[in-house]
Ligand binder design. Structure first.
Ligand code: UD2
Length: 327
């Protein structure tokens, strides 16, 4: 199966001006009629190519959603409040965006007879009961954000079973890449900023905790595959299968930036997940998903200015090397 078969379709990307959404839009727009629904609360208009149709609005607004989704073939539902701590502070408000709006998206897709690819999360596993964690593992979220994503993930499956709606939920692990910024942007962008500013790199706890860091270009590829797979009604882990400790990560960032920033340790984050890593065999089998960007080269390319094209050596020979195109 070839993901470039997603051509000549009308597609909607909710949260299309955000970190992951905007990369997806950039890739889709080469061959498809792309619409973006975004309220620009965290997204950025400058990320959007000129030829996409922008509907400025809130994904919780049924009227805006109806307008954006009219006649589409596929909806990529990326809009969310991604901050775990915000969900702890405001469970009801974040539930409205992360869950109520997702139900609206699923309902709208029923109206339009459209496929839906939804952004789920590794957060649904909480402290994983096994490593690498397969999709069949116990789910035990430790935050409202995790509960909201778990409900979204389950609704996606249920809409397939009850209403025959083709859905695919992608359980993202720790996504990183260009355009990730802001206070909730994740450890890689924090470390890069610290190293560039010659400030200490701040490790929370002993740094032995591990994560599965996946480059946004690989996440885009997974979305494209999900848009064409016959294996609908399923959820897939989207990571790399490789775990990296935060200490190792700090060293990668120092090397990539040629920084002499010292590494300092702070109090561990309360409730931090100790280890997280994806079993990606189901995505490999059903979606033909294969992560291509290794962490060291991904960080090197970010340190280098964050070109969208994965750095050389990470692309197999058959890949499309157009800037911003992830085949
Ligand atoms: C990720 C997701 C989050 C949710 C969660 C589910 C990101 C950005 N966040 O949170 O949305 O899905 O997984 O479990 O992908 N750290 C430091 N120093 C810093 C910042 C972080 O040591 O300055 C540590 C932090 O304590 C943690 C690790 O780095 O152990 C990763 O932190 P994160 O905020 O990037 O991502 P995570 O896994 O908590």
């Amino acid at each position: 199966m070839d993901s470039t078969t997603l051509r000549d379709r009308t597609v909607l990307v909710t949260g299309g001006a955000g970190f992951i959404g905007s990369h997806l839009v950039e890739t889709l727009e080469a061959h498809n009629d792309v619409r973006v629904l975004d309220d620009f609360s965290t997204g950025d208009r400058t990320y959007l190519p000129d030829n996409v149709t922008v509907i400025e609005g809130d994904v919780r607004d049924p009227i805006a959603l109806q307008e954006a989704a009219r006649g589409v073939d596929v909806i990529f539902h990326q809009a969310a409040v991604v901050s775990v701590s915000q969900s702890v502070d405001e469970p009801r408000r974040t539930n409205r965006t992360n869950l109520d709006a997702s139900l609206l998206v699923l309902e709208q897709a029923r109206q339009e007879d459209a496929r839906v690819v939804l952004a789920s999360s590794a957060a649904i596993y909480g402290h994983p009961s096994e490593l690498p964690v397969p999709e069949s593992a116990a789910t035990d979220p430790t935050s409202p954000y995790g509960v909201q994503k778990l409900a979204l993930d389950q609704y996606a499956r249920l809409y397939g079973e009850l209403y025959n709606l083709p859905t695919v939920a992608l359980r993202y692990f720790n996504v990183y890449g260009p355009r990730q910024r802001g206070p909730y942007s994740g450890v890689i962008s924090t470390f890069l900023e610290q190293a560039r500013a010659d400030e200490p790199i701040t490790i929370e706890g002993d740094g032995e905790q591990t994560r599965d860091f996946v480059h946004v270009s690989d996440v885009v590829r997974a979305n494209l595959r999900a848009a064409v797979t016959d294996d609908v009604g399923e959820a897939y882990n989207i990571g790399t299968g490789t775990r990296t400790s935060i200490l190792e990560l700090a060293e990668f960032v120092r090397d990539a930036t040629e920084s002499t920033s010292p590494i300092v340790h702070r109090e561990p984050r309360s409730g931090d997940i100790r280890h997280s890593g994806a079993d990606v065999s189901k995505a490999a089998r059903d979606l033909g998903f294969e992560p291509r960007v290794g962490l060291e080269s991904g960080i090197a390319s970010l340190a280098d200015g964050g070109s969208l094209t994965p750095v050389s050596g990470t692309e197999p020979a058959d890949s499309n090397t157009d800037r911003g195109t992830y085949s």
